[in-house]
Design a protein around this ligand. Structure first.
Ligand code: HEC
Ligand code: HEC
Length: 265
């Protein structure tokens, strides 16, 4: 298996999707094309427009024990999607393709990933809640690095906003496992391990490409005025956040990417 740059054939002549250079226009958020104004030979290469351009680095990133760390390629094949990676990750902004590769660090990318809806049904002294989460992506949600994860927070509130019930106190991992969408890699004994040490795959509860997952709950109805579901994306697992020293604060904070709420009558 050839990984990373070794997965690609290289050329003496600069390759581009079109065979000519374009300017980025006046968008201050984009750097200028560094090649502009230089006398460069440039060849049109249509494979730059396909997902193959990304696969050498974003598929089959196994560790030395053969455990897949990033499997976006296999997920994408499973989805049978015809959307290219570039159509989402390198959108055309003014005259050029955005090269900033927005993903898990971009709230606007994250907000387009899933659709979340709840339905509620009041019984005599309880409320049935169905939370429907649809992955709109042709790869897992979340995909990529094993430590990316999402979780659902479900709360029942009184008319003056007090939280009367919540699906977890500290973290759903142990308290409400169905609400934690995670890829776990472990040692032979099944103990979770960081990427270099993992020897096998544990559970994988990430949303599959285009999957719709329905979570059901039954909560006490007394005093409940509103039920609210919120989906949070995390760049790192709680264990890693504790382990890594001097982590910038904003990388620790869960980001709310989708939510819905219903009044209880
Ligand atoms: C030569 C290897 C290589 C190629 C080819 C490549 N990537 Fe990446 N990509 C990386 C590496 C390494 C990272 C992690 C960088 C980091 O964390 O700083 C990354 C990160 C990303 C991220 C995550 C950014 C974030 O916020 O964490 C996205 C999205 C991404 N790449 C998409 C793509 C797409 C789409 C393509 C094809 C057009 C592509 N990459 C081609 C190596 C590559
Ligand atoms: C329909 C739009 C869409 C398409 C097509 C798409 N992605 Fe993504 N991608 C996203 C969104 C939204 C996210 C953030 C949520 C997540 O992690 O799944 C993301 C996340 C990622 C990440 C993780 C970023 C991080 O910060 O960890 C990588 C890597 C990535 N995509 C690579 C690819 C590759 C490679 C392809 C093509 C095989 C591709 N994507 C196709 C929308 C898309």
């Amino acid at each position: 298996m050839r990984l990373g740059l070794k997965a690609y054939e290289t050329a003496d002549v600069l390759q581009g999707p079109h065979g000519f250079l374009t300017e980025y226009g006046e968008n201050p958020n984009l750097e200028e094309n560094p090649h502009l104004g230089k006398e460069l030979p440039l060849e049109a290469n249509s494979s730059m427009k396909t997902s193959d351009a990304c696969m050498g680095c974003h598929d089959k990133r196994n560790n030395s024990h053969g455990v897949a760390l990033c499997d976006t390629g296999d997920e994408y094949v499973e989805s049978r999607s015809k959307d290219t990676c570039q159509s989402c990750h390198m959108p055309i902004v003014k005259a050029g393709a955005d090269h900033s590769m927005r993903g898990g660090h971009s709230i606007s990318m994250l907000k387009r990933a899933v659709r979340l809806d709840i339905t509620t049904q009041k019984q005599t002294d309880s409320i049935n809640v169905k939370v429907q989460i649809e992955n709109l992506l042709p790869h897992n949600m979340p995909t990529g690095a094993p430590f990316r994860n999402i979780y659902l927070k479900l709360t029942a509130l009184s008319a003056n906003g007090d939280v009367l019930w919540q699906n977890f106190k500290l973290h759903p991992a142990k308290e409400d496992a169905q609400a934690f969408f995670v890829y776990v890699i472990t040692n032979d004994a099944g103990v979770p391990k960081p990427p270099p040490l993992a020897t096998k795959v544990g559970k994988n509860t990430r949303l599959k490409p285009y999957e719709t997952r329905v979570l059901t709950y039954n909560l006490p109805a007394t005093g409940v005025d509103l039920v609210r579901a919120e989906l949070y994306y995390n760049l790192l697992t709680p264990g890693l956040i504790k382990m890594i020293k001097k982590l910038p604060e904003d990388l620790k904070i869960p980001k709310r990417i989708a939510w819905d709420e219903k009044k209880i009558h």
